[in-house]
Design a protein around this ligand. Structure first.
Ligand SMILES: [Zn+2]
Length: 235
């Protein structure tokens, strides 16, 4: 399943910036999705790269049906590359591997996209190695960096990318997003949704984690009091 830009809620500015790139066809080589954790950056980056790879792109992103969208959905699109931390950090060896792959001819005639997430986990050596690719990108290649903290990235990397800012949201918007996700499956009481949204600092991702923690806590209490062993309650 390929997400579209309209599936992102509460991030109108980011969505309109990304839509404009699709409209003009003028997509920068380096894009930096940045902002608080849990505000939709990675989801946006995935929806955007789906639009880049799609053969029948619409203003909202990928069509979801063409051969490229199908390859992307199955996780086998040859023009999508990605790197993520191994042992907490993205090391220079991973960036070198990415650069090597980018130096080869692309398998398909679509643009190539590399997702680096979270980019603020790159070591300084890895970031310096990536900088050269940002300065002289191979043709039709786009690097999508996702970062929670801009301050953890070298300024040289930040200045080479177009920044897509993700903001924290009002509690009501977080509650609405939780409610919409709830409609797709999980069941929590309206009071739980409101409590999680109120404590999440404007981040739907954090609110989801809080909901899970609250549910775990509730189960633990129920388990404790339904236990046959009186020791379990008194201990
Ligand atoms: Zn498509």
């Amino acid at each position: 399943m390929v997400d579209r830009l309209s599936s992102l809620r509460g991030q109108d500015r980011a969505v309109s910036l990304l839509r404009r790139y699709f409209e003009t066809g003028n997509v920068p080589a380096g894009l930096l999705f940045h902002g608080e954790e849990g505000t939709g950056k990675e989801k946006a980056a995935l929806a955007f790269l789906a639009g880049l790879l799609c053969r029948n792109r619409m203003e909202d992103g990928a069509c979801g049906e063409c051969p490229d969208c199908r390859l992307l959905s199955s996780g086998t699109h040859p023009n999508l590359l990605s790197i993520s931390p191994e042992n907490h950090f993205i090391q220079i060896a991973e960036v070198r591997r990415l650069k090597e792959e980018l130096s080869l001819k692309a398998f398909s005639d679509r643009p190539r996209a590399a997702l680096i997430c979270p980019a603020d986990r790159m070591t300084i050596q890895a970031a310096n190695a990536l900088l050269k690719t940002l300065e002289e990108p191979p043709p039709e290649t786009h690097l999508l960096l996702v970062a929670h903290r801009l301050s953890r990235l070298p300024p040289t990397i930040v200045s080479r990318c177009q920044k897509i800012p993700f903001r924290t949201m009002p509690d009501e918007t977080v509650e609405e997003i939780l409610g919409a996700l709830q409609a797709k499956g999980k069941r929590h009481s309206p009071a739980s949704l409101r409590a999680a949204a109120a404590c999440a600092g404007g981040s739907p991702g954090r609110a989801l984690l809080l909901l899970e923690e609250m549910e775990e806590g509730r189960k633990a209490w129920v388990g404790l009091f339904s236990s046959q062993d009186p020791q379990a309650v008194s201990s």
